[in-house]
Ligand binder design. Structure first.
Ligand code: ASP
Ligand code: MG
Length: 455
């Protein structure tokens, strides 16, 4: 068996979905389990719908236009299937409209239910498109087997439950019949969405479809997980910001996780964890260029070439805290981090100076205001929004040395506000002014990756 995960841009237009169909066709002998994201942009629309209030009607109209025109374009050859698919999608959109207008302030569960419809709708369309093109396919609901607990909008997977339920759900679908009465050659399901053990709707957090694919791959012990996206593999930097990137052909699970954590947009940071437990290779490929370059992510024993890359985060806050009264440094830091841990604030970089501590964190942290209010009792907080964080990532401690040397050289002209070598010793990150980010990224990439002779 094989898991093929298609992201929002891969399923978001008729030409892209035609590529998806051909990619699935070449893998039919491997029993493909197709995991899909919502059409690109739809999850954002649904988050907006879940806010309720003004603008809901516009979102509903956009959702209809977007899905119906895709259905008409893709499934037109089969009138009956086209009408049925439209009906199924309409039921989901009606649900969104009804739920979103049912209360002024929706619960997180209701929001999760609304947002889940993006993946449910795209899976209905992808299944129909496969069938319409001669690939009988069954659709299963990921909420029956991806079980997760905690925050409904960002739940933690219960891997024991998932490992137990997924094989039955998938094998059952392959052994059953499609709604058209045929034996399925592919099974389609949704990424990102899950449910609590008692069946309440929840989500794995933004970008979570990759994570779903890996969880499903692990549960089925598949031969490979393929993540189909819109770039040629994992690159040495974001190609939209650095024009001269290279594809990384083989990287280890740890390196890929580090890159994702430090801002590389290709994979959700937790994707590799399930695959790694039983050494399933994870491929990153481009739906628009299926025969182009790709990356395979493997156990580190199988990766010999040193890997280097540069990533960034531009939505960070640098928060500097200093004690209101003189206090010993260790005691102060402990109190600060107790609060961050209580409010579940994910801290990226840390540096301390005398009794002051500076940290970086994503600007969209849910409870940040509350945490800072609690810290305000004994600390002054200074928040700087105008900064960006750049991380140079290399595969071992030797590379680390040259990264340090190289990282500083091209940066002589940039003011560096904070620098923090990663505890795992495969990365080093620094904070610069946001306006300097693109330039610094390109310079660092040039020095670290393009000019091999400087290393
Ligand atoms: N559709 C979800 C999102 O946009 C999940 C995903 O695509 O991975 O965050
Ligand atoms: Mg994604």
């Amino acid at each position: 068996m094989i898991v093929l995960k298609f992201g929002g841009t891969s399923v978001g237009s008729a030409p892209a979905q035609r590529n998806v169909i051909e990619i699935v066709r070449t893998r039919l002998n491997k029993k493909p389990v197709v995991v899909v994201s919502a059409l690109s942009g739809v999850t954002d629309m649904l988050y907006k719908a879940a806010q309720g209030g003004e603008g809901l009607q516009d979102v509903i109209k956009d959702l209809k236009d977007r899905h119906f025109s895709l259905i008409r374009e893709l499934i037109q050859q089969d009138r009956r299937l086209c009408i049925q698919t439209q009906k199924d999608v309409e039921t989901f959109i009606d649900f969104v409209e009804k739920t979103a207008s049912s209360a002024t302030e929706l619960s997180d569960r209701d929001k999760a239910a609304i947002i889940s419809t993006g993946e449910l709708m795209s899976s209905v369309i992808v299944r129909a498109a496969l069938c319409c093109n001669g690939i009988p396919a069954a659709r299963i609901d990921a909420r029956d087997f991806i079980i997760a607990t905690g925050d409904p909008l960002k739940s933690e997977p219960d891997t024991d439950e998932i490992n137990e339920r997924t094989p039955d759900a998938v094998n059952g679908a392959f052994d059953g019949l499609t709604p058209e009465g045929e034996r399925p050659q592919a099974v389609v399901t949704q990424g990102f969405i899950c449910s609590s053990g008692s069946g309440k709707p929840s989500l794995l957090g933004r970008g979570g479809s990759d994570y779903s694919a890996s969880l499903i791959g692990r549960a089925l012990e598949v031969e490979a997980v393929e993540i189909w996206t819109d770039v040629d593999g994992v690159r040495t930097a974001d190609p939209r910001r650095v024009p001269t990137t290279r594809c990384l052909k083989r990287i280890s699970y740890e390196e890929a996780a580090e890159m994702a954590h430090f801002g590389a947009k290709v994979l959700h940071p937790l994707t590799l964890e399930p695959a790694k437990t039983i050494d399933i290779p994870v491929y990153v490929l481009n739906t628009k260029n299926p025969d182009g370059e790709c990356t395979v992510i493997l156990n580190k024993d199988k990766v010999t070439e040193p890997v280097k890359s540069v990533s960034y985060k531009n939505n960070i806050l640098v928060i500097t805290l200093s004690p209101r009264q003189s206090m010993n440094t260790a005691g102060f830091i402990k109190r600060i981090f107790d609060i961050f841990s209580e409010y579940r604030i994910a801290v990226d970089l840390i540096s301390t100076n005398n009794a002051r501590v500076s940290i970086t964190t994503d600007s969209c942290q849910k409870n940040l205001d509350k945490a800072l209010e609690a810290a305000g009792e004994f600390a002054f907080a200074c928040i700087d929004e105008g900064k960006a964080q750049i991380s140079a990532i290399g595969s071992n401690a030797i590379i680390m040395n040259s990264i340090l040397k190289m990282t500083f050289k091209p940066l002589r002209d940039s003011k560096i506000y904070m620098i923090s070598p990663g505890a795992s010793s495969v990365n080093i990150s620094f904070v610069v002014d946001r306006e300097k980010m693109d330039e610094t990224l390109r310079e660092t990439h040039k020095y670290l990756i393009e000019n091999e002779s400087c290393n």
